[in-house]
Design a protein around this ligand. Structure first.
Ligand code: NAD
Length: 261
């Protein structure tokens, strides 16, 4: 018997990068997985990969910043796979700019995806988890930037700090219903989100792309190595199957020593 046999997980932003690695890893230990992303067609190959592993999966179209789309996406996932036991709120984007030239529309977009998205998906998942106090696990993908600041990332740092607050409140409200809540905080992982930042930061900071990688991204790690999507996915797997509420409300930094709590 696999550790997540008979459990259903919904992972947002699961068509790419960290979310995809999490979806595949949870399926690898027995979970049925709803692969949610902005564009359903991008989620289909991940769902197909899971199905090929002999697990149940559904590709779900869901803009996490849109209340109706979140409700509809959960209804689809539930209809296909049953009640949700595990939510991984992972969908995210990055927009970098100094505060004085940060467009308000970009600020709101960042808050919409990172914070509205975390709230709306949590609210949609809780009725399943609270039913008969059957319980569940909610994991927010934060960042080292949930604890640390970097120039140019005002909206990202603000939003990622905000997830700690939501997670801690859920840890307290959810405890009576056996719901546990965590934030997993990766260092730099070389996904499309980070690839896009390398030339942007080089331009903004007036340094080469190689220096952005070596100094800005990896300069404070203990080994000069990028965190991998699987480093993050393994941490998520550990938390989904942790057997008590001992760790609830905590955040876990996965950063090759860049940030130590
Ligand atoms: P990615 O760009 O590879 O994947 C993000 C996914 O989210 C994409 O599939 C995208 O379509 C989806 N998405 C974007 N907006 C969405 C929306 N409104 N609704 C639903 N899905 C949406 O990025 P990634 O690097 O895998 O990032 C995943 C999460 O990890 C993000 O929350 C990010 O902030 C966080 N994170 C990433 C790093 C890193 O270095 N890559 C570090 C720390 C934290």
């Amino acid at each position: 018997m696999q550790i997540l046999e008979n459990k259903t997980a919904l992972v947002t932003g699961a068509a790419s990068g960290i979310g995809k690695a999490i979806a595949l890893r949870l399926a690898g230990v027995g979970a049925s997985v709803a692969v949610a992303d902005l564009d359903r067609s991008a989620a289909v190959p991940v769902a197909a990969e899971i199905a090929a592993m002999g697990r149940r999966a559904v590709a779900v179209e869901m803009d996490v910043a849109d209340e109706k789309a979140v409700e509809q996406g959960f209804a689809t996932a539930r209809a296909e796979l049953g009640l949700i036991d595990i939510l991984v709120s992972n969908a995210g984007i990055q927009i970098v700019n100094p505060i004085e030239s940060f467009a308000f529309a970009d600020w709101r977009k960042m808050m919409g995806i990172h914070l509205d998205g975390a709230f709306l998906t949590t609210r949609a998942a809780l009725p399943d988890m609270y039913r008969n106090d059957r319980g569940g696990v909610v994991i927010y993908i934060g960042s080292v930037h949930s604890h640390e600041a970097s120039p140019l990332k005002s909206a990202y740092v603000t939003a990622k700090h905000g997830l700690l607050g939501l997670s801690r409140v859920l840890a307290k409200e959810g405890a009576a219903h056996n719901v546990r809540s965590y934030v997993v905080c990766p260092g730099f992982v070389r996904t499309p989100l980070v690839e896009k930042q390398i030339p942007e930061q080089a331009r903004e900071l007036g340094i080469s792309e190689e220096e952005v990688v070596r100094k800005v991204m990896l300069g404070q790690t203990v080994d000069g190595v990028f965190t991998t999507a699987d480093d993050v996915a393994q941490t998520v797997e550990f938390l989904t199957s942790f057997p008590s509420a001992a760790l609830t409300g905590q955040s876990f930094v996965v950063s090759h020593g860049w940030f130590m709590q």
